[in-house]
Design a protein around this ligand. Structure first.
Ligand code: MEV
Length: 439
């Protein structure tokens, strides 16, 4: 059995590779070869990637694609997407093209507020704590001035600090619930630094002001931003006369509109469907977030909590038919940054921002919301007309052919063949076998 290793992080990259290859893979030479194959020839660039995380042994590629023709508030964007799922960029491009001819996407920022909390336990009288907080509140702002000064010059900073009594949920549990504006930064470091300063101020002032005399105690458990940001919200919308909703030649626009609305209603009525419905939205959202160097785990966590804010898990999109107009929209919480983090560090991220014309965080929120809405529109359009597999399998075709080590000529022949034939896994295998037999 492989033994645990001490000091792995201190080994050289070469030694890490040797260790992992020899202890966890069947062919150490092959493992080392694969890992090295993905190193960048540019040593400086490779070092940059090595230093993003600990224990880097290689790079992990994702395709970086472009979905062009997104008309958003009358400005034309080509949206970069980093994603492995074959149909996502194609679906986004198709939806972009569809709405380009129908007035494009309209978006609006509904809020940019970020949240952070200092969680603490206090065993004394809550009235005493309230009075203490009232008296000392200004010092929380004052003592974090060195941290907030720069952000304030950019128009951001601490918006509010509120004492919340949470003892109904957990005995002795209170929090400082704080809100922030962080402008073009995602703001995680700024918020967490402010919160840690609030925690210090809280504990120090509690001692100085005699809050914890007479056997009462106050203890901070942790200080951390929240990824649930329901007031950092953006709306994106498309609409057109129903007669223009010609999704498929065999389905009338009226029927398409009705089924699109029903598809959203089903997601709102049924969490199993809602999760898949929203997963499709996140295909678009995550791909742009990754390409632009933002934190997709934070966004995912916050988005799904938002989808469940009523107590049941709902669709993030809505659809309506009113006075002959089909309307389709999304409201989605997105805490994003266009400065700091990877944005200036990672050359591909930098390029993604340039392709988007160096958007502000607010503009990026709008672009990402549009990518999510477009993705959902494309998915539902297929689901309520042809079914999803027709498009999916066409896009997946190259993956199957690559798995079967098809040559470029074979790929060309079969991609052309499957333009008019249904591509299932077995149909592709059969067609390739036939092609090879006939050679
Ligand atoms: C697949 O990645 C996404 C879909 O399942 C989304 C949906 O069902 O709405 C097609």
């Amino acid at each position: 059995m492989t033994q645990p290793i001490k000091g792995f992080s201190k080994l050289s990259k070469e030694d890490k590779i040797t260790w992992i290859a020899e202890n966890y893979t069947s062919d150490a030479r092959k493992t080392s070869e694969i890992l090295r194959q993905y190193w960048n020839d540019d040593k400086q660039l490779q070092q940059l990637h090595d230093e993003f995380i600990e224990n880097t042994i290689s790079n992990y590629y994702l395709p970086f694609g472009i979905a062009p023709n997104f008309l958003i508030n009358n400005k034309l964007y080509a949206i970069p997407m980093a994603i492995e799922e074959s149909s996502v960029v194609a679906a986004a491009s198709k939806a972009a093209k569809f709405w380009l001819d129908r007035g494009g996407f309209k978006t609006k920022i509904l809020g940019t507020q970020k949240i952070g909390q200092v969680h603490f336990f206090y065993t004394g009288d809550s009235k005493k704590l309230t009075a203490f907080f009232k008296k000392t509140k200004a010092s929380f702002f004052d003592e974090s001035k060195p941290l907030t000064k720069k952000m304030e010059t950019r128009g951001g900073g601490i918006s509010s600090i509120e004492l919340r009594n949470m003892t109904q949920k957990l005995p002795n549990y209170y929090q400082l619930h704080c809100t922030f504006e962080t402008q073009d930064a995602m703001g995680a470091n700024f918020i967490n630094s402010c919160l840690e300063q609030f925690a210090t101020t809280l504990e120090e002032k509690a001692t100085i002001e005699g809050l914890i005399s007479e056997g009462d105690s106050l203890e901070v458990v942790m200080s951390i931003l929240s990824n649930y940001v329901p007031n950092c919200l953006v709306r994106a919308e498309v609409s057109c006369p129903i007669s223009e909703l010609d999704l498929h030649k065999d389905v009338s626009p009226e029927k398409s509109a009705e089924k699109m609305v029903q598809a959203v209603a089903i997601a709102n009525a049924e969490p199993h469907r809602a999760v898949t419905h929203n997963k499709g939205i996140m295909n678009g959202v995550d791909a742009v977030i990754l390409a632009t160097g933002n934190d997709f785990r934070a966004v995912e966590a916050g988005v799904h909590a938002f989808a469940a804010k009523t107590g049941s898990y709902n669709s993030l999109t809505e659809a309506s038919i009113e006075n002959g107009v089909f309307k389709f929209w999304i409201e989605i919480p997105l805490a994003l940054g266009t400065v700091g983090g990877l944005t200036s560090l990672h050359p591909m991220v930098h390029l993604a921002h340039e392709i988007l014309q160096n958007p502000s965080a607010k503009e990026l929120m709008q672009i990402v919301a549009v990518a999510g809405l477009a993705q959902n529109f494309a998915a539902l359009s297929s689901l309520v007309t042809t079914g999803i597999q027709e498009g999916h399998m066409k896009m997946h075709l190259l993956n199957i052919l690559n798995q079967m080590k098809a040559t470029n000529d074979e790929k060309l022949t079969l991609v052309s063949y499957f333009k008019d034939n249904t591509a299932t896994h077995s149909a592709v295998v059969e067609a390739l076998d036939k092609l090879r037999e006939n050679l």
